[in-house]
Design a protein around this ligand. Structure first.
Ligand SMILES: [Ca+2]
Length: 186
């Protein structure tokens, strides 16, 4: 009897609380809280290759490795520049890249990229142009600019083809980073 009274009391109490606060009602957060959505710099996962290397080699003071070393005081430079120049990132697993950054050199604005295209490939042979730029100007030295686009495909290969520099015979770039962007954030 005592137990019954207590049980009844508890039910009554709960019923009262339900009216006020929703006792025993399970609350589920919206799925937004469980979905990890973030832009991620995935450059370090990739292996870089270029078709025109600095005279001192990729590991030289201004070799191609400097363009993806995440160091904004080092740069990749080639002399002379040729308009078929490209830098390529090969990933072990496909990445849904929809943004990239380019950082200009520390000097000589004429060596900045002016025209380029950013392409993706699943096999390293057939390429899809994802972003094409012409007449771009870097207004400052060691200036980082971000370029974003829509990309719903995860590619294993990404390529930046520099088809023109501002002026003169040289090309240089401090840093090239690629960013994976969930579709919801594109
Ligand atoms: Ca660098």
């Amino acid at each position: 009897m005592t137990f019954l009274k207590i049980a009844k009391g508890a039910v009554g109490l709960c019923a009262s609380i339900v009216l006020l606060t929703g006792c025993l009602k399970e609350e589920y957060p919206s799925t937004e809280l469980f979905t990890w959505k973030a832009k991620v710099d995935v450059t370090d996962k990739a292996t870089l290759t270029v078709n025109i290397e600095n005279g001192a080699g990729s590991g030289g003071g201004e070799g191609s490795a400097k363009v993806v070393d995440n160091n904004y005081t080092t740069k990749y430079l080639i002399n002379p520049y040729q308009n078929n120049l490209y830098m390529q990132l090969a990933f072990p697993e496909p990445q849904q890249v929809a943004s990239y950054t380019l950082t200009s050199g520390d000097d000589s604005q004429g060596r900045d990229p002016k025209d380029w295209k950013f392409s993706g490939s699943t096999d390293g042979t057939t390429w899809v142009d994802l972003d094409v730029k012409t007449g771009e100007v870097f207004q400052g030295r060691r200036l980082t600019r971000t370029f974003s686009f829509k990309n719903l495909v995860a590619y294993k290969f990404y390529r930046l083809s520099i088809t023109a520099v501002a002026t003169g015979p040289l090309f240089q770039l401090t840093e090239w980073r690629v960013i994976e962007v969930p579709e919801e954030l594109q």
